[in-house]
Design a binder for this molecule. Structure first.
Ligand code: CA
Ligand code: CA
Length: 432
């Protein structure tokens, strides 16, 4: 029987032979790619990103710029995931875009003082449908009912809530029970229950309000100053909000019972303009931070969070398409649009699976050994899933445990389970 040292020498020789093969054969795309729309010429803030539900390469982006002191902006369209962009609607501040779930040629947009816009030709041309009942209002948010897309809801910056039942031709104010005069929450502030479209939630300066009668009346659920709100696409009882209780309390809150109770979760003192639950895995949540900046990711339903980059930028908007749920888009305040694959291979991964191929085997053991001896395995970092014995270190002991597991030996560790330790000392090969 070989000793531990003999095992280590054996593994080292294997590592030297095989590391190059392993590293070259695995494609890890875990960096953000710039897709355009910034920073020149106007430094436009990307307020909304809408992905065509029938074609995940087609995106609509609403922007806003305070150019020479004037509210301006665009609707940009790409049909090839950002290789080329067309400006379909110019010189108007666009806060929010809604796409018809049954006919993606039909879109509506909330365009600040220009009102509610409509396109029936896939965004090529737009017309103004409505600017307010008593006079022009500042339209910040628009959403379309996913099951009855003739029904649209819109919200103004001052908190007025509007409803149309005929594709935006006519609108009624639906403020019963709401406290208006907010001028506060972001464009990501209306949610329609995907399991029951008579139920809506709206985030305002005065808290979250809920309607169970398609906006005929509203009930106040909490008193947070809401910036944005989202619903778990797999469980309509679960809601997340980003909040800012000026001057010094900001962060995230969550309800697991359709808004009856709320609890603060995750990091405090963070200001987020958008929050998004992964369409296929409700454990995974993303938040767009404007202060301190960047995109945050949680793998445990919002309890703990990790930055996944763009830290130097204010991030205003996020999007994931249902067709390509491994691709995440992030729109920044001044620096354009970015995309990356979702880094589930380590942050939310399987214990022992350091290369993210969802099996724990000798390849993982070799990567751990490579890391331990100082070879460059930065493509697989962070290596927390490699700490299979949960002692805070990724080293040859973990590699031996993984190898034992791979050959069918009974090991007293939860290898192969989802979830990896949070705090692990990186090994020498895992970058700075
Ligand atoms: Ca693996
Ligand atoms: Ca360990």
């Amino acid at each position: 029987m070989r000793t531990y040292t003999q095992n280590r020498i054996f593994l080292l020789s294997m590592v030297l032979i095989l590391t190059t093969i392993i590293t070259d054969s695995l494609s890890i795309d875990n960096e953000w790619t710039y897709l355009g729309l910034g920073p020149d010429p106007r430094r436009e803030a990307i307020h909304d990103i809408i992905i065509d539900p029938t074609d995940s390469y087609t995106l609509y982006v609403g922007t806003y710029s305070l150019d020479r002191g004037i509210n301006t902006g665009h609707i940009f369209i790409t049909e090839n995931r950002g290789d080329d962009w067309a400006s379909a609607f110019s010189d108007k501040r666009v806060e929010s875009i809604a796409i018809n779930s049954q006919n993606s040629d039909i879109l509506h947009a909330a365009a600040w003082e220009h009102g509610i816009l409509k396109s029936t030709n896939g965004g090529e041309s737009w017309r103004v449908m409505f600017t307010g009942i008593a006079g022009p209002e500042l339209f910040r948010t628009i959403v379309a009912d996913p099951t009855n897309p003739n029904i649209l809801y819109a919200k103004t910056a001052s908190g007025d809530f509007y409803k149309s039942v005929n594709y935006a031709w006519n609108w009624d104010k639906r403020n019963i029970g709401l406290l208006t005069d907010s001028f506060f929450s972001t464009n990501h502030s209306i949610v329609i229950d995907h399991s029951d479209d008579s139920t809506l939630y709206v985030g305002t300066f005065h808290g979250v309000f809920k309607s169970t009668d398609q906006a005929d009346s509203w009930t106040r659920l909490n008193e947070y100053h809401i910036l944005s709100i989202t619903m778990d696409p797999n469980n309509s009882n679960i809601l997340y909000c980003t909040i800012e209780d000026l001057p010094d309390s900001r962060g995230l809150v969550k309800s697991t019972n359709a808004g009856d109770n709320w609890e603060t979760i995750g990091p405090i003192d963070i200001r987020c303009f958008d929050i998004l639950v992964h369409p296929e895995n409700s454990d995974i949540i993303f938040a767009a931070s404007v202060d301190p900046g960047g995109v945050l990711m949680s793998c445990d339903e919002g309890t703990t969070w990790t930055s996944i980059g763009l830290d130097t930028m204010s991030i205003l908007s996020l999007a994931i398409s249902n067709d390509s749920p491994n691709i995440l888009y992030a729109g920044s305040g001044y620096d354009g649009l970015f995309v990356r694959t979702i880094p589930d291979y380590n942050l939310c991964g399987i214990l022992g699976d350091v290369n993210g191929d969802e099996v724990v085997n000798s390849s993982d053991a070799l990567i751990i050994m490579s890391c331990d001896v100082g070879l460059d395995v930065s493509g697989f970092c962070p290596m927390n899933c490699g700490d299979v014995n949960d002692d805070g270190f990724v080293n040859s002991t973990d590699a031996l445990i993984v190898l034992s597991y791979d050959v069918g030996m009974d090991v007293p560790f939860s290898i192969g389970s989802t979830g990896c330790p949070d705090d692990v000392n990186p090994c020498a090969g895992c970058g700075p």
